[in-house]
Design a protein around this ligand. Structure first.
Ligand code: URA
Length: 207
């Protein structure tokens, strides 16, 4: 299932990210802001329980978050800026990291770094990867999370290509994809079109 967040603020900020003239500082800030807005939507179904407290006027039962705790998991390196942004909303969430590279022979994603919260199986997981392109890395990361016991996983992306969405829907039909925009296609180099270029390079100012 794909949830496209069509809110005007999100669309405006994503267009600024697409602009080739947007510099590193602004791009990074926008990525964090868009991620917060995506999280607002992705976390719409978090559980609430009435909690007894006293306002300056009177006592009462008021809704507060309950149920499973949260884990944010970044696919290195571009997913980091997304988890940093989302932590502004849910500062008590635990954070995991998954690093993958593509084996030049098999072209399959291979994990070179993984560090997850020990209780990942008891947490709702929000996996961050700004660009869902071929879907290979995201699908492998989801499988890794499932192998570690994670049961409820949402994939949060800023842009997605239809090709990447199809791979996640095929491999992990239980995983909801929350995305700001679904673009046209992938080009021959695996870039999303029209896209925003290489998200990692634009976030970190590398080439
Ligand atoms: N990764 C990126 O950073 N950009 C793309 O367009 C595709 C994959």
């Amino acid at each position: 299932m794909v949830t496209a967040v069509t809110h005007p603020l999100v669309q405006h900020k994503v267009s600024l990210m697409r602009d080739v003239h947007t510099g590193v500082k602004e791009f990074r800030e926008l990525a964090a802001e868009v991620s917060m807005l995506l999280a607002y939507e992705a976390m719409r179904d978090l559980d609430l329980s009435p909690t007894h407290l006293t306002t300056p006027i009177q006592e009462g039962d008021f809704p507060m978050l309950s149920g499973k705790k949260l884990a944010l998991v970044a696919i290195l390196r571009a997913g980091l800026v997304m988890t940093d942004g989302i932590l502004n909303l849910v500062p008590a969430a635990k954070v995991g990291h998954i690093g993958l590279y593509r084996d030049p022979q098999t072209l399959q994603p291979v994990a070179y770094y993984n560090k997850l919260p020990a209780d990942i199986a008891e947490r709702r997981v929000f996996l961050t990867d700004p660009m869902l392109a071929t879907g290979g890395s995201a699908s492998a990361a989801i499988q890794f999370l499932k192998d570690a016991g994670a049961q409820t996983i949402k994939l949060m992306c800023i842009l997605a290509a239809p090709e990447g969405i199809a791979v996640i829907e095929r491999d992990h039909p239980d995983v909801e994809i929350v995305v700001a925009a679904v673009d046209e296609k992938l080009n021959d180099h695996g870039y999303i079109v029209p896209g925003l270029g290489d998200a990692g390079d634009r976030i970190y100012g590398t080439k």
